[in-house]
Design a protein around this ligand. Structure first.
Ligand code: ARG
Length: 467
């Protein structure tokens, strides 16, 4: 039998397709969609509750049938937790795998659950529910790393560190300024991630294939029962946000990864023996198979490379979307892999840096030894300016006498910059307040989501009543 004949002779759930084409179109969904099991079950739970509430006679599903479906969805989620839920190639994806299971167990009831929706809006909702949970965890990861950087900055607020431009010695600075710069960077990145979270927090379901359905569905009810902020209004637009939503999240991930990658680059540089400013915690270094003395910063190097990959994933997604005509196109499926991987990489990168910052050894002597006289050149200029000399004149005088410039006390030099945001003008309380706001946001969003999910999954049985 040719592939084509073989496929024709085996009944598939949706249409008949050559097995090569099936494998090609399913792509990596069989494995990647396992990430979406919980989201798919929650989305389906919200959908069936809404279906049962539609003013139709007879109803699509009775309340007792809804309970059956919800209980079975709960069982699927439990199987998945135990690593027992499987998506088969014939299922193509998580959506048909769940429908198959519900139909196997519940017969006619299972055959009704896909009423009034399409996999197009279903997968768009799944990805948003998945992202909602991930984004909250991710913002929390960022808050934790920010807290570590602020702890280091506070502790080393008075520790001098040569400030550099072009990687050359420039002006007196401090470890506190350096560390809190990255903390503030992460706080700004959190604004971008939170914006992506808010864009994500919308319900596309009810768009169906992209053009709505001639049934009295209640989209707002689905939105509320999932704890999402609003419904994406225009059904065609709802479909168009697939991929763009992922791109916005990946752009946010890119911002975060750039901050983390530059921090890593600095850590690699300043922990080189030639600098000796910092030592990385030994348990985060890796050895060499040939050179016994080695303790290499592989974690930080991989983070740098993964930043490149996350940025690449963002570009991949935008390229996939660029030429897409309106309405659903299967191209969108190809967004899934870079999206899931981009989130996972950004989160693991954020988390791995936290213990590295916590365990960082700061060598104050080496940091101070780097303060050669020329580091103070600009301070000398500005001292003369403060006594009345025009800036350009003072600049030329200091430049002419660079060789006999005197070294100052770096601790004094950093204590003298007291204006807002400089070495002695850092507002750590403001950093802490921003951090608290973010933690509160995550806590409230999480509570709202968890509350919605638990009412959604509640059945007569789970309330402790027995029939
Ligand atoms: N796995 C598919 C995706 O990610 C689900 C939607 C399939 N829709 C379709 N019309 N073939 O896009």
């Amino acid at each position: 039998l040719s592939n084509r004949e073989e496929a024709r002779s085996t009944p598939t759930t949706v249409g008949a397709i050559a097995s090569d084409a099936l494998a090609y179109t399913a792509g990596r969904d069989i494995e990647l969609d396992l990430e979406l099991v919980v989201a798919d079950c929650l989305g389906t739970a919200a959908h069936v509750r809404m279906l049962a509430g539609m003013p139709l006679e007879p109803p699509i599903l009775t309340p007792a049938e809804v309970d059956q479906v919800i209980r079975e969805l709960g069982a699927i989620m439990e199987d998945h937790r135990m690593g027992r839920f499987e998506i088969q190639l014939a299922d193509q994806d998580i959506h048909l795998a769940v429908e198959r299971r519900l139909t196997e167990r519940l017969g006619d009831v299972g055959m009704r659950i896909h009423t009034g929706r399409s996999r197009n809006d279903q997968v768009a909702l799944d990805l948003r529910l998945y992202a909602k949970d991930q984004l909250l965890g991710w913002i929390e990861d960022m808050a934790n790393l920010t807290a570590s950087l602020l702890r280091l900055a506070r502790q080393e607020e008075a520790t001098p560190m040569v400030g550099r431009t072009h990687m050359q010695k420039a002006m007196p600075s401090s470890v506190g300024l350096w560390a809190s710069a990255f903390a503030e960077g992460l706080q700004d990145d959190t604004v971008v991630v939170t914006t992506a979270y808010e864009l994500n927090d919308r319900n596309p379901l009810g768009s169906a294939a992209g053009y709505g359905v001639p049934l009295p569905i209640d989209r707002g009810r689905v939105t509320r029962s999932l704890g999402l902020r609003r419904t994406i209004h225009n059904v065609l637009h709802a479909g168009h946000t697939r991929g763009k939503n992922e791109a916005a999240i990946l752009q946010a991930a890119g911002q975060v990864m750039i901050t983390l990658s530059r921090l890593s680059q600095d850590l690699i540089l300043f922990s080189m023996p030639e600098f000796g400013y910092f030592s990385l915690p030994a348990e985060f270094g890796t050895g060499s198979s040939i050179m016994p003395q080695k303790n290499n910063p592989d974690v930080l190097e991989l983070l740098r490379a993964r930043a490149a990959r996350v940025l690449g994933h963002g570009a991949t997604v935008l390229e996939i979307l660029r030429g897409s005509a309106s309405g659903y196109n299967r191209d969108l499926q190809e967004v899934k892999q870079p999206f899931l991987e981009g989130i996972a990489m950004t989160r693991s990168s954020t988390r791995i840096l936290e213990p590295i910052i916590d365990g960082l050894l700061v060598h104050r002597d080496a940091l101070e030894r780097a303060f050669t006289a020329e580091v103070f050149a600009t301070d000398h200029v500005l001292d003369q300016v403060a006594r009345g000399m025009p800036f350009r004149e003072a600049y030329h005088r200091v430049k002419a006498g660079l060789d006999d410039l005197s070294r100052q006390d770096p601790r004094e030099a950093i204590a003298r910059k007291r204006h807002e945001g400089a070495t002695a003008g850092l507002d750590f309380d403001a950093y802490d307040r921003r951090l608290e706001e973010i933690r509160l946001f995550v806590r409230e969003e999480r509570e709202g989501f968890e509350h919605a999910v638990s009412s959604l999954m509640e059945t007569d049985g789970s309330k402790g009543h027995h029939h």
